[in-house]
Write a protein that binds this ligand. Structure first.
Ligand SMILES: Cc1cc2nc3c(=O)[nH]c(=O)nc-3n(C[C@H](O)[C@H](O)[C@H](O)COP(=O)(O)OP(=O)(O)OC[C@H]3O[C@@H](n4cnc5c(N)ncnc54)[C@H](O)[C@@H]3O)c2cc1C
Length: 339
């Protein structure tokens, strides 16, 4: 029996994949599934480009894992528009895996409302974007369909351990939930949940701002990334932008695209992204606490299907996935003093 704590996009993916692989799964969240930082994500599925570091193996498969999930969960709210990135006019763009350098005419054909297409830009045709709450809800529904019990609005207050020190489930305000394995996928709250076991999970919160805007139909066609904003159209008359100040963002969008005089800021939300201390995922069993498993990462909208798939293999089939080798907690000093 596996208890997954946190029904953000990571926990929902772990629960879905584990239940699909045959585990008896309980998914528990303090609130509504997807209502954590996942709800305020820009949600670019950015799998192309530089692929170095411990998450490289996850990123390589990110797009194909989404494609697989789309086949398994029809109607998954994901769009494949490609992404266009450019920087300062005097910097030469570099193309990584899955990317190509395109000229101004190509940029103009991809984004016809640009006032001044850059001379050169990076085009990643395989990139896409998700409705992050919709994907999370679909994963939760998929987990249920494979027999998972789902407990929303049920904060867990502590981890339970048996006399031998093995994790045995969780305590909640509504009573205990038993499980031989507990997966902490609680995003930024993961560190606080592990701390009473004297396990230090080096995850900080990293604020990032999402602007929701009213905009003309069909203004932006791809995921656009430049020095001023990340921008994409999420509905015929709605844009999402990840950027810093509202005034600068509105001014930058107006100076970049034609027909934007009447764009209107509808909301500003600051999301606290879970950010491991070295920026790389923390995924895997906690060596000194049998039964405890961690799943926390940055760029989790991009990585969630790949993470959920591999975590389920480790939990259900007992494999040790080479792709996760660089993601383990023991790359840090993780025992708190007194343990
Ligand atoms: C502005 C912005 C732009 C972003 N852009 C991108 C992007 O383009 N691409 C990308 O891949 N990523 C992006 N991210 C990052 C991405 O959104 C996060 O990496 C991802 O949402 C983290 O998911 P999660 O499931 O780990 O966390 P969460 O969604 O926060 O889920 C954790 C869950 O744990 C639950 N929980 C916490 N404590 C408890 C408890 N005690 N008991 C029970 N449940 C508990 C919470 O209620 C929550 O639902 C962006 C983030 C922001 C804010």
């Amino acid at each position: 029996m596996v208890v997954v704590v946190g029904a953000g996009i990571v926990g929902a993916s772990v629960a879905y994949h584990a239940a699909r692989a045959g585990a008896v799964v309980t998914l528990v969240d303090a609130g509504r599934p997807g209502a954590g930082v996942t709800a305020d994500s820009f949600a670019w599925i950015g799998a192309a480009g530089v692929r170095t570091g411990p998450a490289a193996g996850l990123r390589v498969t990110a797009t194909q894992e989404y494609r697989r999930l789309e086949a398994e969960l029809p109607g998954l709210p994901v769009t494949w528009s490609g992404s266009l990135s450019w920087g300062a006019a005097d910097t030469a763009p570099q193309a990584g895996p899955g990317q190509e350098i395109v000229d101004a005419a190509t940029v103009a054909s991809l984004e016809p409302t640009l006032r001044r297409p850059p001379d050169r830009a990076v085009w990643a045709p395989g990139d896409g974007a998700a409705d992050p709450v919709g994907v999370t809800e679909r994963l939760v529904a998929g987990a249920r369909a494979h027999g998972a019990q789902v407990h929303p609005h049920t904060p867990i207050t502590a981890l339970r351990r048996d006399a031998a020190g093995r994790v045995a489930g969780v305590e909640t305000a509504a009573g205990p939930l038993a499980g031989a394995t507990v997966v902490l996928a609680a995003g930024a709250a993961t560190a606080a949940l592990a701390a009473p076991l004297r396990i230090r999970v080096p995850v900080e919160t990293s604020p990032a701002t999402l602007f929701r805007l009213r905009a003309p139909t069909g203004l932006v066609r791809t995921v656009v990334h430049n020095r001023d904003f990340d921008l994409r159209q999420i509905a015929p008359d709605r844009l999402h932008a990840a950027a810093d100040s509202p005034e600068r963002t509105l001014a930058a969008i107006r100076s970049t695209f034609r027909g934007t005089a009447n764009i209107e800021l509808l909301s500003t939300r600051v999301g606290l992204r879970p950010m491991p201390a070295d920026g790389a995922p923390i995924i895997g069993p906690v060596p000194d606490v049998p039964g405890l498993y961690l799943a926390v990462t940055h760029s989790a909208v991009t990585l969630a299907p790949a993470v959920g798939h591999l975590v389920a293999r480790e939990l259900v089939e007992g494999t040790v996935e080479p792709t996760l080798a660089g993601c383990r907690l023991d790359r840090f000093s993780y025992s708190s003093p007194g343990s």
